[in-house]
Design a protein around this ligand. Structure first.
Ligand code: AHM
Ligand code: MG
Length: 342
């Protein structure tokens, strides 16, 4: 692998090409997908940046001149990704958190050997208050024989992903991805419109510093989950107390914990017995990334990447981040209920 330091200027395009050279059998299709996603990310970043101006611009430009109604940003982001990805000849189908069924490649375009799954704008309810939001994506290889991708292609366990990543639209825009050769982060330089390598080979600390969980569901958690959280807070046993940080925007919470060490948890609760987050669009891609960075992800009973999906929009409980913290959750939650003191 070519060694880059954060001080040499390496564009995402150059990095992707150099990574591809490590695989003589590569056709360049996966590289093309990543590059196109980078382009879609720049277009979404542009919209997110001016989100606060939507009403003002909407009143003057869109409604009056073109007669258009302002589209919700998550719908807009979905359309940007679909349009950026449907004609490259590399994908055979897509699935999005925003759409109920599989998104097929239009007949006039060639179908390729990969499927893309994505959450176009995660945490979009935060947009109105200027909190970071993100895009999450996952790529798997097609396993069915027909021209178009099918449900069976999408419902593969996360360990079969060939690439996964996210984009965080924060104080700067960053794209972080893995193809199974470590995790690399690129920061958008707005002056030249390029993603530049800023975080080569990200490693997550083995122990956490931060705990990211929505505590307001405590009354709805099982005794086991309450015990895990008490341990993280240093209230039960000898675990060092973690510092609580919860943005409520998965990509932002995950990104902070990936760089600084920590655990993000969205446990099952009485109202949502399978949690809230989606296995295919959120948990699987972030689990692939965290494992590649030396961390772990489980659903409270097993490794996320081993879960066999049964539905496109399947939800899953999620414990993801520093290895030792995820192992603690897994250990406590796999004990029989009567052994877990609340
Ligand atoms: P979304 O995909 O509808 O945006 O929902 C996912 C978001 C995550 O970004 C975040 O971690 C979670 O929902 C927050 O949920 P809650 O408000 O229940 O804590
Ligand atoms: Mg989401």
């Amino acid at each position: 692998m070519v060694k880059h330091t954060a001080t040499s200027v390496v564009t995402i395009e150059r990095f992707i090409i150099e990574e591809e050279r490590n695989h003589p059998e590569a056709t360049g299709e996966l590289s093309g997908i990543l590059y196109d996603l980078g382009l879609a990310a720049k277009m979404i970043a542009n919209k997110v940046r001016s989100a606060g101006l939507a009403d003002i611009l909407g009143a003057t430009e869109n409604e009056n001149v073109q007669g258009e109604v302002q589209q919700r940003l998550d719908v807009l982001s979905n359309d940007i990704i679909v349009k950026a990805m449907d004609h490259g000849g590399r994908l055979c189908a897509m699935a999005s958190e925003e759409e109920p069924g599989i998104i097929q490649i239009p007949d006039q375009f060639r179908c390729g050997k990969y499927c893309l799954m994505f959450d176009p704008l995660d945490g979009s309810s935060n947009i109105d208050v200027n909190v970071p939001v993100g895009t999450i994506f996952s790529v798997v290889r097609k396993i069915t024989r027909g021209r178009h991708g099918e449900l069976e292609d999408m419902l593969q366990p996360g360990r079969r992903q060939v690439a996964a990543g996210y984009v965080i639209y924060g104080s700067s825009t960053m794209m972080v991805y893995t193809t199974g050769q470590g995790v690399h982060g690129f920061t958008l330089d707005p002056s030249i419109g390029e993603f530049l390598l800023s975080h080569p080979n990200i490693r997550i600390p083995e122990n956490g510093r931060y705990l990211s969980v929505n505590d307001s569901y405590e009354q709805l958690w099982s005794d086991g989950v309450r015990t895990v959280m008490r341990k993280y807070k240093g209230l039960d046993g000898d675990h060092k107390a973690l510092s609580t940080r919860y943005v409520g925007s998965l990509v932002a919470d995950f990104h902070r914990n990936l760089l600084g060490g920590g655990i993000f948890a969205y446990p099952a609760n009485q109202k949502n017995p399978r949690g809230k987050l989606r296995l295919l669009y959120e948990a699987n891609p972030l689990a692939f990334i965290v494992e590649q960075a030396g961390g772990a992800a489980c659903d409270g009973t097993q490794r996320v990447l081993d879960v066999q999906p049964t539905e496109l929009h399947q939800r899953t409980p999620l414990y993801i981040g520093s290895k030792n913290e995820v192992e603690l959750a897994q250990r406590v939650l796999s004990q029989p209920a009567e052994l877990v003191g609340a």
